[in-house]
Design a protein around this ligand. Sequence first.
Ligand SMILES: N[C@@H](CCC(=O)N[C@@H](CS)C(=O)NCC(=O)O)C(=O)O
Length: 105
Amino acid sequence: MAKDMTLLWGSGSPPCWRVMIALEEKNLQGYNQKLFDLSKGDHKSPEVMAMNPRGQLPAFKHKDVVLNESYGICLYLEIRTWPLIQFVCSHIPPRRTSSSPRETS
Ligand SMILES: N[C@@H](CCC(=O)N[C@@H](CS)C(=O)NCC(=O)O)C(=O)O
């Protein structure tokens, strides 16, 4: 799972550390990472802007999911790595939409 993850982070950034600590706590070592020097403005580079148009770090990607808020990333990691939640989610029937056929009883 960690090999599919990429974290763009900045030097001296508590929100970045928050995500890195969450990754460590969840034993997700081995993720791809790249350090950007905030003091040089590297967080406005095309590489960061492509992942987070606000040009802020952390920027996180897992497969085709991109997340840019540190608390949101931590929540995502929690959900993705908590076996009970995975079990429950895998047993929830697909959500009915307004275009779904209505049940008749
Ligand atoms: N609410 C965001 C804050 C992210 C943030 O402010 N990151 C700072 C580094 S600590 C940053 O990228 N600042 C550069 C800028 O805003 O241009 C989070 O928790 O992820």
